[in-house]
Design a protein around this ligand. Sequence first.
Ligand SMILES: [Fe+2]
Ligand SMILES: [Fe+2]
Length: 310
Amino acid sequence: MDVLQQRRGVAGQDAVALSDPLSLHRRLAHWNHRRLAPSAPHADWQADLEEDLAMRRLEGMWVEAFRAQVTDRAAAAPTDVEGFVRWFEALKTSGPGQGDPLFPWLERDAGHEEMNWFLTQEAAGEAGFDDLVALSQVKVPTEAKLELARNYWDEMGRGSEAGMHGPMLERMVATLGLNPTIDDTVWPSLALANTLTAFATTRRYAWHAIGALGVVELTAPGRVSCVGAGLKRLGYPPVARKYFELHAMLDIKHSEEWIAHVLRPLVAEDPSRARWLAEGALMRLESGARCFEVYRKQLWESPERRLAAE
Ligand SMILES: [Fe+2]
Ligand SMILES: [Fe+2]
């Protein structure tokens, strides 16, 4: 087989992989788990390298196909600082998935089992905001780097283990006895984590990563305050609610600071970045919107629920 045929063969396999998002995102999720885990020297390192090449190609094809769906909307974002900030802030109300009916339902109506299923999906799809920030700040300009450092320090509980955000989520999972696994998670939730991981680990998506993380800070408070209120209504203990109640308040401040010290200086220095920041933000919100839709289908249209309602 010559090189061209080999390339066509690989492209054909990749196209098949893209047409089956469940298996694609399970593979990407398992690979991300393997490649990001601290490890020791081992004899199979060249086999890992070959797997990395194949998986990075698949990951790139996924991201590029996804980019194509938002690129026109992102190209319409203004490239002057004031215009871009207004466009970005408007995503809070009019961005994909904003105002999804899932959240008022979680706040007012969901039962224990339904809430636990939702939390398990969310926990399995969590890529670790702290590590994403750390990976995204490599070589970025000073003012943005400093803000990412302050944000990371908050993720680290400002040096106190009890205040670290990641372990706070893990304590919620352990307290409720949840068992999040890649193979029991709906594909949009895995895709959300895989997309953010691709952004943070691939330097050609550096601005996408920063746009995506910034839009999490902008939009999380609305969602997590509903989840926190739902947990309280159901009588869940404070240890299970803390992660949500903390982010309902703290991310309002994080968002203001991300806009002032990350987005503003990055766009002022190079207006061409606006488009990539916008693509990242839109792709993160689209990823969330796909999750909410599948969660609602599962929670509202499952046979058990239909039977219970009859
Ligand atoms: Fe956090
Ligand atoms: Fe935050």
